[in-house]
Design a protein around this ligand. Sequence first.
Ligand code: THU
Length: 159
Amino acid sequence: MHEIKLRDLLSKDKQLIEEAERVMSYAYNPYSNFFVGAALRTNDGQVFSSANVENSAYGSTICAERGAIMHANAHGQRLYEKLALIGKGKDFESEDVITPCGSCRQMLYEFSSLNDKPLEIIMCNTRIDKIKIATIDELLSMAFGPKELGFDIEKLRNP
Ligand code: THU
């Protein structure tokens, strides 16, 4: 994990953060009032994003990160190089960055395992004056994935 300043990011990574910020405003969050936006960039440079979508049966809530994966997969895209993540409460902004929940780490690990390089996750606070970058392998060490089930990864890459 390392910290980086916005000005030192590549412009395509700044754009990824901007997209995460844009979709964050679409959070369907009447139960938590917490806003999360996630934007995924595929190996070939396409961007797919999502906000969190909650449900009256609370456990049916879908996080922004998993929404972004569904969005990308619906376009036949399973190979991702970076994810930008941003989040805040309705009435408060944290000084520190938001990090993916455990379920999202597991889901992100699944798709990272299909790729040649571990997925990088750019985590931001909403002032965007704190940015941390970590690989999914750092966020979820000794993870369980499709390789453990003996899958030929090549076959999982394309729909
Ligand atoms: N949330 C996300 O979207 N991503 C995470 O990684 C953490 C939590 C959402 C789920 C719920 O709508 C709200 O944040 C509070 O948990």
